[in-house]
Design a binder for this molecule. Structure first.
Ligand code: KIV
Ligand code: ZN
Length: 387
């Protein structure tokens, strides 16, 4: 693989699902996975198979449905977790076990109640066991960004020796800042003797709003896999948002000469699908996928845009799959046209939410001659929120 190619590992279906209230059923997971595959995601983490029979079945169904992307499942460092995970993912032509163990002093003392040497042994054992079941094993040092450096180097070296192909260094609690996180990745590149046998990966949480910045800084320091989610969904304040990472790399190759395999024109559709299924409304001013991300309200900006789009636009709406304010709906449009419009906009809604949005659409169409895509998006967001 080209040395500047960044692997996109999407964890919307696993870490994203850990957002309180964002659980997805089997059909919904498969639907999202197929869209992620179509948009060119390299690795789809489909769930945590040991967590429940439902999650096992969902990961298994995703593994059966997806043919091109690698399907990963999460497993703690136990034989039970790892075996169950192998069973769930093996139907996919490319599959991966992602196993993890905490390495920070805080986590080892309070969560694991284990001494560092015992943790190190468990890293070796768990990775070797996973590797006896599948070829492609990823190992994560949970709370890696708060781990003591010498110990982290020893764990990473041991995980690679035991057969891990990808080493992930999560900023589990979103505590890192970009220069510090980049230095951590650079330290591993420089100090771990067998590091060139693995891909270094990052997994950043957004507690300080720095998940995307930290991920991009880490790539500059040598990481070549970014773990992220659609709309930045995930535990607490979420994970790094995939759409922001991908568009930042696409828009600023002068500062970040890295590529991904993502077909960015699918971004809007994926964002709306995930929002519709989870009921997590995207904030209007959210970068890339918020409904105002390409709206120009002030007269000065509108005037500038008419003269030359680049005056106030650093990327085109079309590049993320958003049609420029196409007006097609009005008060004569019926339910079927409305449903089909929703589909075009990437929404997959339940009957109640569609009906609610349709009633509001009719009310709006009575007051407003032209109903734009943005109006419909706003209606749906409200309907989803109330559902
Ligand atoms: O945030 C985290 O540390 C995780 C790991 C399990 C990868 O989600
Ligand atoms: Zn996480």
């Amino acid at each position: 693989m080209d040395n500047n190619r960044v692997i996109i590992f999407d964890t919307t279906l696993r870490d994203g699902e850990q957002s309180p209230g964002a659980s997805m059923n089997l059909e919904e997971k498969v639907k999202i996975a197929l869209v992620l595959e179509e948009m060119g995601v390299d690795v789809i983490e489909a769930g945590f198979p040991i967590a429940s029979n439902g999650d096992f079945e969902a990961v298994h169904a995703v593994a059966k449905a997806v043919r091109n992307a690698t399907i990963a499942g999460l497993a703690r460092a136990t034989k039970g977790d790892i075996s169950r995970c192998a069973e769930a993912v093996k139907a996919a032509p490319r599959h991966r076990i992602h196993t993890f163990l905490s390495t920070s002093p805080l986590h080892m003392k309070h969560k694991l109640q284990m001494e560092p040497e015992a943790v190190l042994e468990k890293v070796k054992e768990s990775v070797a066991f996973a590797r006896s079941l599948v070829e492609d094993v990823e190992w994560s040092a949970e709370d890696g960004s708060r781990t003591e450096h010498d110990f982290l180097c020893r764990c990473v070296e041991a995980a690679i020796d035991a057969g891990a192909r990808t080493i992930n260094i999560p900023d589990t609690v979103g505590y890192a800042v970009p220069d510090e996180y980049a230095a951590l990745i650079a330290m591993l590149v420089n100090r771990v003797p067998n590091i060139d046998k693995a891909i270094l990966s990052v997994h950043c949480h957004n507690d300080l709003g720095l998940a995307v910045a930290n991920s991009l800084a880490a790539v500059g320091a040598g990481a070549r896999q970014i773990e992220c989610t659609v709309n930045g969904l995930g535990e607490r304040a979420g994970n790094a948002a995939m759409e922001e990472i991908v568009m930042a790399l696409r828009t600023r190759p002068d500062r970040m000469p890295f590529t991904t395999g993502i077909k960015t024109e699918h971004i809007t559709r994926a964002s709306r699908l995930v929002s519709g299924i989870t009921g997590f409304v995207v904030q209007p001013n959210k970068a890339i996928v918020g409904k105002n991300a390409f709206a120009h309200e002030s007269g000065i900006h509108q005037d500038g845009m008419l003269k030359c789009a680049q005056t106030y636009e650093i990327m085109t709406p079309e590049s993320v799959g958003l049609n420029r304010s196409t007006l097609v709906m009005g008060k004569h449009s019926g339910r079927a046209a409305f449903k089909s419009k929703l589909k075009d906009l990437g929404y997959e809604l339940g009957d109640n939410a569609i009906e609610d949005a349709f009633v509001r659409f009719k009310e709006l169409a009575d007051r407003k001659k032209d109903v734009f895509d943005e109006d419909i998006i706003a209606l749906v967001d409200e309907a989803v929120h109330r559902d």
